[in-house]
Design a protein around this ligand. Structure first.
Ligand code: HEM
Length: 471
């Protein structure tokens, strides 16, 4: 079925709706994917095999269809036009905060998605400040040094789990860049353990009932949050006591930041925001490190091309700079292609605050609109031969994204597009630049598949590879 054929009036929004007139209740509702259960709707399918469910809907109905969710209806919008509509909707018309309420027990009350819209906007602006171009040089330096240190401890040969390796390494790179080398040094095994315990509380149940009592994963999450808050607050206080404002990191940005009304951030707000940025950037980057390794080794001709590029950019140099990372074009395409095939965020959602009409359908207030990078990135009309790892599809001559804006949505789109996009890309390039130059890998698992039981989707465990240090 084509990407745009199956709605009552194609992908044209009615003139009335375009002008912002009242939505037309007489229009049909988006067709519903068959199956599902009373009350739970398609929640179990969402948990077991979400992309299969979405694809089933798209195969049956095209760009717009609905699924049942507990207590509401999910309206999937896929295909470039529908995705543009999704990402261009205003915060006054759709609310993304509610869909992130599972994060509130981790970030804290009044932080990020739990804050009032105006406050959240200001907090996002703090993130923006911390991720500015002039800071990238320091961050890039940190990525390179962390990679050298991390892989320096590996032997001449051995076996590692790529998933675990990616997550371990990026917890160091992110925390160092965002919170400073001092924080990084103090990262104990305890810190990593607590972090993963909080992450264990991010499951589908947390979407609908983040504070359901007696759920072991939630109890662990809350204990870990409390302890981690103490660890971070200690470092904040230490800096304040020393009156030290010389650091070039996210923590310093928060310590210097002021809300528009002149108020400084409280310690708890800082802790919450530090956790928010850690969560946004850590696991997403970690699983992408792993998938990049898997895809490159499944397509070894690309390892050759990327090594030639390393040679071209660096010659024999080992003192990598921000400029070097920016010049690694083939590596950039390879990572973009990895994120096309295996985006860590497989679905984004917003609660509809104001009913609207789209593609001949009436989308009701209270429903959840959704879009899915994992499905969108495999639409053959947009990405020919979608199952093929083909980094050259990102070359300027072929760039699929330019032909169809918002078709590649691994980092989202529009006003809430990922703020860490450049940061993440540089980090991933620094890690793979190091690995390509220093190690050969061999895949050992019979299959490497996405594990949909986690909200941030990475390869299923075990995800081992054999490595050998290059001479
Ligand atoms: C491969 C790595 C990453 C991926 C795939 C990714 C993906 C995304 C996506 C899809 C969104 C939009 C969510 C939505 O619209 O509902 C988003 C938002 C965001 N990301 Fe990332 N991200 C990555 C790394 C990072 C890093 C490293 C940081 C910070 C250092 C970061 C900070 C943020 C922030 C602050 C937002 C919220 C933006 C807003 O709501 O306006 N991300 N990310």
């Amino acid at each position: 079925m084509s990407a745009t054929t199956s709605t009552p009036s194609g992908d044209k929004t009615s003139k009335k709706a375009k002008k912002g007139a009242v939505a037309d209740r007489r229009l049909p509702r988006p067709p519903r994917v068959p199956g599902g259960l009373p009350v739970l709707g398609h929640a179990l399918d969402m948990r077991r095999s979400p992309v299969e469910l979405f694809q089933r809907g798209r195969d049956l109905f095209g760009d717009v269809f609905s699924i049942g969710l507990p207590g509401t209806t999910g309206v999937m919008m896929s295909g470039p036009k529908a995705q543009q509509k999704f990402f261009r909707m205003k915060d006054t018309d759709v609310d993304l905060r509610e869909t992130y309420k599972l994060m509130t027990p981790i970030f804290g009350k009044g932080i990020a998605y739990d804050a009032e819209p105006e406050v959240m906007k200001e907090q996002l602006a703090f993130f923006h400040d911390a991720l500015r171009e002039h800071r990238l040089k320091t961050y890039a330096q940190g990525f390179v040094e962390e990679a050298e240190q991390f892989f320096g401890t590996w032997g001449d040969e051995g076996e590692v789990d790529l998933y675990e390796m990616g997550n371990q390494l990026t917890i160091y790179t992110s925390s160092r860049s965002l919170l400073g080398p001092k924080f990084r040094e103090q990262l104990s095994d305890e810190f990593a353990k607590l972090y993963y315990e909080m992450e264990g509380g991010l499951n589908l149940l947390a979407f609908f009932a983040p504070n359901m009592p007696m759920v072991p994963a939630f109890k662990k999450r809350d204990r870990a949050r409390k302890r981690l808050g103490e660890l971070i607050a200690e470092i904040v206080r230490e800096r304040r006591a020393k009156n030290d404002n010389s650091s070039e990191d996210f923590l310093q940005t928060l310590m210097d930041a002021t809300y528009k009304d002149g108020r400084k951030l409280t310690e708890d707000e800082m802790t919450g925001l530090l956790l928010a940025i850690m969560f946004a950037g850590h696991h997403t980057s970690g699983v992408t490190v792993a998938w990049t390794g898997i895809l490159l080794n499944q397509n070894p001709e690309w390892i050759g091309k990327l090594r030639a590029e390393q040679e071209r950019v660096l010659g024999g140099r080992t003192d990598l700079t921000l400029e070097d990372l920016k010049s690694m074009t083939l590596l950039e395409w390879s990572i973009k292609e990895t994120l096309r095939m295996y985006p860590p965020i497989i679905v984004m959602m917003r609660r509809v605050l104001k009913a609207f009409d789209y593609a001949g359908y009436h989308i009701e207030e209270g429903s959840m609109i959704m879009t899915s990078p994992a499905m969108a990135h495999r639409i053959p009309e947009v990405f020919p031969n979608p199952g093929k790892f083909d980094p050259e599809r990102w070359s300027p001559e072929r760039d699929a994204d330019k032909k169809n804006p918002m078709s590649w949505i691994a980092f989202g789109g529009g006003r809430h597009r990922c703020l860490g996009i450049v940061f993440a890309q540089l980090q991933l390039r620094a890690v793979w630049s190091h690995l390509l130059r220093h190690f050969d890998f061999e895949l050992v698992e019979p299959r490497y598949e996405p594990d949909y039981s986690r909200l941030l989707v990475g390869p299923r465990l075990p995800c081992r590879v054999r490595y050998k240090r290059r001479k």
